[in-house]
Design a protein around this ligand. Structure first.
Ligand SMILES: [Zn+2]
Length: 313
């Protein structure tokens, strides 16, 4: 029987991304609890369990204060740093080739300069992959992309929320990518450069984010920290049926609006920020322990991509 592999990643989307999702003006200056509070908490969560994780870094964060100490320290602790675009534009997939190349390239340079190592993997903001974006990531010589969330449930929910916001006169800066991504393969594959939602001959590997079998419910940090205990256990049990798990978390999964002093306008729109930090820590820790007990070996996404390239998954 093949070895079972799990990669855990954290998208370090700063608090300002959430102002944009909810169509709010970003206050300046804004304190970022993701870089300042959540990042050390994730290190503790992973390093106490000897888990090498992948952190998707937004380039402008690497250019700011976060870069100088936090990024080299993450690398030294055995974690991977990957590219999550430069400014996290939710509609990156529909921008022109020059703008896309600039977002990928500038983040690449910022993360390399701050950490001393060049990223080998990319994740698009808001799961929005397009042929043009895949082209830019391939041209940058990356080993893998991990933008695809193959979940019709997610697409339907996102479209509904954006529609409701529009009715209320607010405009989310979020954007809907090609719905065919919702039916992309659930396991690592080489994408078709012209249609990245299906198998093809790309030189890089696509590592889709974990969804459940059947209904394809996203099994990411948000449902894990907010679901009632029996549902969370069910989701993890579903995950542990898979040979490969690509578990995606976000910085906000270890933030707490009260503890971290997050503004009321964000707190009231993000129910997950009202879940106490102690509960989030316990639930994510339990999830990782259950995956380990089920016999999975934890690797970075880069290692997962290399195993996939060698046909060892
Ligand atoms: Zn993101």
């Amino acid at each position: 029987m093949r070895e079972r592999i799990c990669a855990v990643s954290v998208d370090l989307d700063g608090i300002e991304c959430y102002y944009r999702i909810h169509g709010l003006e970003v206050p300046r200056p804004v304190r970022d609890p993701v870089a300042l509070d959540a990042l050390p908490r994730f290190r503790e969560l992973f390093e106490g369990r000897r888990i090498p994780a992948t952190f998707f870094v937004v380039g402008q964060m690497a250019e700011s204060g976060l870069g100088h100490e936090a990024l080299p320290a993450l690398r030294a602790a055995g974690h991977e740093l990957a590219n999550h675009s430069h400014t996290h534009p939710y509609d990156l997939f529909r921008q022109g080739p020059d703008a896309i190349a600039e977002e990928v390239g500038r983040a690449h340079r910022a993360i390399t300069a701050a950490s001393g190592a060049a990223p080998r993997g990319f994740r698009a903001p808001g799961y929005g992959l397009s042929p043009e974006l895949l082209d830019a990531v391939t041209a940058a010589g990356y080993t893998y992309d991990s933008s695809v969330l193959p979940s019709p449930t997610y697409y339907a929910a996102k479209a509904a929320i954006m529609g409701v916001m529009r009715l209320g006169g607010r405009r989310s800066r979020s954007a809907l990518a090609d719905p065919r991504l919702a039916l992309a393969p659930r396991h690592p594959y080489r994408p078709d450069p012209k249609a990245p939602w299906r198998q093809g001959q790309s030189s890089l590997v696509e590592l889709p984010i974990a969804v459940s079998r059947g209904l394809r419910v996203p099994v990411i940090g948000l449902p894990l920290v907010t679901a009632p205990a029996p549902l969370r256990r069910l989701l993890v049990a579903e995950l542990c049926q898979e040979p490969v798990i690509n578990l995606e978390l976000h910085g906000l999964d270890l933030c707490d609006a009260d503890v971290d002093g997050i503004a009321a306008e964000i707190r009231e729109r993000q129910p997950d920020l009202r879940v106490p930090l102690g509960h989030k820590r316990a639930v994510l820790g339990r999830t990782l322990d259950e995956i380990a007990t089920a016999g999975y070996r934890f690797v970075t996404l880069l290692e997962m991509a290399r195993l996939a390239q060698r046909g060892e998954l």
